[in-house]
Design a protein around this ligand. Structure first.
Ligand SMILES: *[C@@H]1O[C@H](CO)[C@@H](O)[C@H](O)[C@H]1NC(C)=O
Ligand SMILES: *[C@@H]1O[C@H](CO)[C@@H](O)[C@H](O)[C@H]1NC(C)=O
Ligand SMILES: *[C@@H]1O[C@H](CO)[C@@H](O)[C@H](O)[C@H]1NC(C)=O
Length: 535
């Protein structure tokens, strides 16, 4: 009977449909990226590498380009950050090499055979035409493109001493860079799916300084905008795209509006082995504070901040990456960031001298055939939908209880079923009151803990012990309450994703334990929700 009641109600749960057809080009509206109708477009991108020695988008020896583009779309991504080396736009003898010649010059005959088999029409195109063919295939598949000037001299990026790091370095002549940006912006003027240009990836090295940053970034931004006023102009910070703190005191001075976006990068290894060697609550608290100070503040100042690189080893075995990623997921949901995952690439034609190097950060496997880690991809896919922003009903504003470890949210339920996690598109709508109760909106019910190791429940008398939830620990991600006999418990999930209350884990110091299952984030959402109908 209970089950019948539950499934009958689930018929009423109208899935949220987000628009997939948008009116390009894109603009900015405060911290949001919006389409021509003013509706939010959340960038959910994959990085696709095309800046290596061969200067051909990776993977074309493994799968037809349209199959790859279609795959990107079917995995739920709406955009690609497509990397390119400056010299493709400034060196005509490089740009006019054919794909075949470029592979031949590097002795990559096996890749030639692969391209012959999978993409015969690309093999004798010039490198710039092949690049355009990839953009065009993405367009046909309704995938937006952000052109990312990743490096100058084709090859793997980045190191502080690779002479591609900052204006004035051997391979980074500012005038040539402006020329290349102008060229690229011009080539793609009128190509609707090219929605943005990242002016330069990961500035770095001994030469970096704030004065030159303003001097040249402003110049580059103006050059791109006058060659192609349709694209978003995306600016990266210093120190490998971590530091935009200087913008706080000195805004960028440009002549155009509604097109400026900032970008940042954040990996597990950004903080060395801190995640593995430290207490995850403390590391998450400290690293996020730092990140908000260096870049995150831009959101509060009303600028879009595009997390244009993040990612982990998809094999799932690297502790440092896994701990970082729980913290990342919470931040990305809380701020509802636009983002680009590193990377689509399953393997490279040639990277750092190794032919066919496998990319463990890649969504696809070595053959560009299967998804390396479907459950991790599913978890990331929860971030593909906007929680907030123009186009969503502000009157629906509520909190969702987001669980970074699974990418799931606490679901709406009938009173007869245990509280559990499920897709955030079906999330219950909560309010976090000044009495620190978590109330199911439109009802009298609130989240309650009964006893240690019991299921969490919904109760109607929200003043009894176990109803008042504090966000504790340095990460502020444990939801903790005191139950009737005075024991402090934390919200947790069991192996079936049911909500339970357990002893709070790893609150301080201990660096051996992982609190991930007890991490929750109260995320602002304006998605439509019909929890009221359940009762
Ligand atoms: C231009 O590209 C060609 C072909 O790759 C290369 O031989 C030449 O050195 C490049 N010139 C410059 C100035 O980088
Ligand atoms: C901003 O740039 C314009 C010209 O591009 C210049 O006239 C103006 O002085 C600049 N303002 C600041 C505050 O630097
Ligand atoms: C409260 O109850 C739990 C088990 O239900 C028990 O483990 C704990 O010791 C009790 N705490 C106190 C302070 O009595």
């Amino acid at each position: 009977m209970g089950r019948f009641f539950f499934s009958f109600l689930s018929l009423l749960w109208v899935p949220i449909i987000f628009p997939t057809v948008m009116a390009l080009p894109l603009y900015t509206n405060s911290r949001w990226i919006v389409d021509g109708e003013g509706q939010r477009v959340k960038l959910a991108c994959l990085n696709w590498v095309s800046h290596m020695e061969v200067v051909v988008a990776e993977g074309l020896s493994k799968q037809p380009v349209d199959a790859i583009s279609g795959r990107i779309k079917s995995m739920g991504f709406n955009c690609v950050r497509l990397t390119w080396p400056l010299f493709l736009a400034t060196n005509d003898s490089l740009a006019s090499l054919t794909v075949r010649q470029s592979f031949q010059n590097l002795g990559l005959s096996e890749s030639i055979a692969g391209i012959q088999a999978n993409n015969p029409s690309i093999l004798d195109l010039s490198l710039i035409q092949a690049f355009q063919a990839v953009v065009s295939s993405l367009g046909t598949n309704n995938v937006m493109v952000i052109l990312d000037n990743h490096i100058s001299k084709p090859g793997w990026c980045c190191s502080s001493s690779d002479r591609n790091g900052f204006f004035g370095d051997e391979y980074f002549n500012p005038d040539l860079w402006v020329k290349g940006l102008t060229r690229m912006a011009t080539i793609f003027n009128g190509v609707a799916n090219v929605v943005g240009m990242s002016l330069r990836n990961e500035l770095r090295g001994a030469r970096q300084n704030v004065n030159d940053w303003y001097r040249y970034m402003q110049k580059g931004a103006e050059a791109v905008h006058s060659a192609n006023p349709d694209v978003l102009v995306i600016l990266s910070g210093l120190n490998y795209d971590k530091d935009l703190s200087f913008i706080r005191d000195q805004p960028v001075n440009i002549t155009f509006t509604g097109k400026l976006v900032y970008e940042m990068h954040w990996y597990g290894f950004t903080d060395g082995k801190a995640w593995e060697s430290g207490n995850p609550n403390q590391v998450c608290g400290r690293v996020v504070d730092n990140m908000m100070r260096l870049s995150g503040f831009l959101l509060e100042q009303g600028w879009p901040l595009f997390m244009s690189e993040f990612g982990i080893d998809m094999r799932g075995t690297v502790v440092n990456d896994n701990r970082y990623f729980n913290c990342f997921m919470a931040v990305a949901a809380e701020h509802d960031l636009d983002w680009a995952l590193w990377t689509l690439v399953g393997s490279y034609y040639l990277r750092e001298g190794v032919i066919g190097l496998s990319e463990y950060y890649g969504v696809l496997d070595w053959n560009w055939c299967d998804i390396r880690n479907p459950s991790l991809l599913k978890r990331i896919s929860t971030l593909q939908f906007p929680f907030q922003g123009p186009g969503l009903e502000e009157t629906n504003r509520h909190k969702v209880i987001f669980h970074p470890l699974t990418g799931l949210c606490v679901l709406r339920k009938s009173l007869l079923e245990p509280l559990r996690l499920g897709p955030c598109t079906n999330s219950a709508a909560w309010s976090y009151t000044s009495q620190k109760t978590l109330k199911l909106m439109g009802t009298f019910y609130c989240l309650q803990a009964e006893e240690l190791d019991d299921p969490a429940t919904l109760g109607i008398i929200c003043t009894v012990p176990g109803s008042k939830w504090e966000l504790i620990s340095d990460s502020q991600m444990h939801l903790s309450t005191k139950v009737g006999n005075g024991t402090t418990v934390c919200l947790d999930v069991d192996s079936s994703n049911n909500l339970v209350t357990t002893t709070c884990k790893c609150i301080s110091r201990d660096n051996m334990c992982d609190p991930g299952s007890q991490w929750f984030k109260l995320v602002d959402s304006a998605r439509s929700s019909n929890s009221k109908e359940i009762f």
